[in-house]
Design a protein. Structure first.
Lengths: 278, 266
């Protein structure tokens, strides 16, 4: 395997190319059934609309919730839905790790000369999940326009940085949660409480859950940096739970740290992996 | 007929094999229960009454929904029958000298009984520990709740059996499930309690069979007078009616479907 001796940037580029190529293969496979692909994508769009409808109904009844109006609430929702939607698209397939271990297909991935993480993440890659990302981006665009945001240069520049950080953070959450399946192959649903549960949690302004939970998801599992801290920054609000305003600048660092930790979890899982045998 | 109790027992035993998965599912139900409950508590702190619901009612309904999610399988998984129709293994089922509908009903009741014992009871228990739930105060009302949960399971089987039978015509039920997995939780009152919906939509959804899986059991537990007929007996009657209609429709569709079956090979 010549790639392992190549310099790091080249290796990274090669990994990314493999990812794109494998993902594209799955897209072409699914495109063989265009009607099915379109209908199922439409269903994902409707499911996103239902989730958004729930947020709109809650804010509609309340008027303002913990100081957030309907559109400010939708901004929080859209930030969370965009980040988790993109992470689901890019990394969502890793949650099937347990199934691959059980059926032995994970062993097949280990003997191929491509990073097993890339193979796992692209296995069953589904462009249907764009049905989550596109509506979320649309709501994001609308709420960014409607909300009263003071568009300074630094805010405009920080927006893409914050989005990239939350997507990376969500990918890390997805990978770390799935790594538990190295230990307990059946426990896929436990990971869901962190991934889908994390999405459900961050879709609302975190202050409504109370100080204890806000501190836990700021310092223990840093989900606060997915939508809550970015929203506070964009809307220029003081933190109602009393945490320092400097935290909202920490999102990129938190994202990098989470990715490093998730990668470490993946590597240690891979090292202690013993095939199920036969 | 001793075969049906045996099918029931096997269904129950099969699910008891996956302990880690059961525990993981339980954890997920509790996490979602807490998140949904806190959101609704924040909402009801601002608006104490919405269409006859207060914070206690809403939080109780959240935990009824999370408790029943596995037993009524409103978001899946499908019956094993779906895959057997696709692969052709259903031919083996049709060879058995028993009713196809009753066979799968008892298999699914076994699964649901396991889920009620090991998912519903602990999830509701955790909810009752963490939050101030509205609980029935006498044995008679608890009996009504049990009956309502049991009917919810039968209605859920009736729907999933029809989804599975559609496979005889469509060959693949994934499309049906894509629609049902989306419509089901919304219409059942699982995404949000139906009283929070705009009144017209809420009223229509209450009449559909999906409401019998979460909203009606929750209202029976709460003893709400918004139930059809103004109380618990009316709610149970609606569930029973849907159970009978769906099972009859399923049995009739099954006879139609099996007449179409062509088994290849030999």
């Amino acid at each position: 395997m010549a790639e392992t001796h190549a310099p790091a940037p080249e290796r990274l580029a090669w990994t990314l190319r493999t990812y794109v190529r494998l993902a594209w293969t799955w897209c072409r496979a699914l495109a063989q059934y265009p009607a099915s692909l379109l209908l199922l994508t439409g269903m994902v769009v409707l499911a996103s609309a239902a989730e958004m409808g729930a947020v709109a109904i809650v804010f509609g009844h309340a008027g303002t919730l913990v100081g957030f109006t309907v559109f400010e609430g939708l901004l929080v929702y859209a930030l969370a839905a965009t980040a988790f939607g993109c992470a689901d698209l890019l990394m969502g397939s890793v949650e099937r790790l347990g199934q691959h271990i059980r059926t032995g297909s994970f062993d097949a991935m280990l003997v191929r000369p491509v990073s097993p993480l890339v193979q796992l993440a692209t296995d069953g890659f589904s462009p249907r999940r764009l049905g989550k990302v596109v509506p979320a981006l649309a709501v994001l665009a609308v709420s960014l326009t409607v909300c009263d945001i003071d568009w300074t240069v630094s805010r405009a520049l920080m927006l893409p940085v914050l989005l990239a950080s939350s997507i990376a953070l969500c990918c890390a959450v997805w990978l770390a949660a799935s790594c538990t399946q190295f230990v307990a192959t059946d426990a896929r649903e436990a990971a869901n409480s962190l991934t889908y549960g994390g999405q459900a949690l961050t879709e609302y302004p975190l202050a409504l859950y109370g100080r204890g939970i806000v501190r836990a998801v700021t310092f223990a599992v840093p989900l606060a940096f997915v939508s809550w801290q970015p929203a506070l920054y964009l809307l220029d609000r003081p933190d109602p739970t009393g945490l320092p305003a400097a935290l909202r600048w920490a999102a990129p660092a938190v994202a990098v740290l989470s990715c490093v930790l998730a990668a470490a979890a993946w590597r240690s899982g891979l090292r202690r992996y013993r095939s199920t045998g036969s | 007929m001793r075969v049906y109790p045996a099918v029931f027992a096997l269904g129950l035993r099969r699910y008891s094999a996956y302990r880690a998965a059961t525990f993981a599912g339980l954890l997920t139900n509790c996490v979602f229960g807490v998140i949904n409950a806190l959101v609704l508590l924040a909402l009801f702190a601002v608006r104490p009454q919405i269409n006859g619901y207060d914070s206690g009612d809403a939080v109780t309904q959240v935990f009824v929904a999370q408790s029943l999610i596995a037993a009524v399988a409103v978001m899946g998984p499908p019956l094993d029958l779906d895959e057997r129709v696709r692969s052709g293994a259903v031919a083996t089922d049709l060879l058995r000298p028993v009713s196809l509908t009753a066979w799968w009903l008892f298999d699914d009741l076994g699964r649901a009984a396991f889920q009620l014992l090991f998912r519903s009871v602990p999830t509701f228990g955790v909810g009752a520990l963490l939050f101030d739930l509205r609980l029935p105060d006498c044995a008679l009302r608890w009996t009504a709740v049990l009956a309502s949960f049991a009917l919810a399971v039968v209605v859920s089987f009736g729907l999933r059996y029809l989804y599975a039978l559609s496979g005889f015509w469509l060959l693949d039920t994934r499309g049906v499930w894509a629609v049902a997995g989306l419509l089901g939780p919304v219409a059942a009152g699982m995404l949000l309690p139906l009283p929070l919906f705009p009144a017209a939509i809420g009223e229509v959804l209450r009449l559909l069979p999906w409401a019998s899986m979460v909203q009606v059991p929750a209202d029976v537990l709460l003893g709400k007078d918004t139930l059809p007929g103004g109380g618990v007996p009316g709610g149970l009657a609606v569930q029973a009616a849907w159970a009978v209609v769906l099972l009859a429709l399923g049995a009739w569709t099954a006879t139609r479907a099996t007449r179409r079956v062509v088994v290849q090979g030999g």
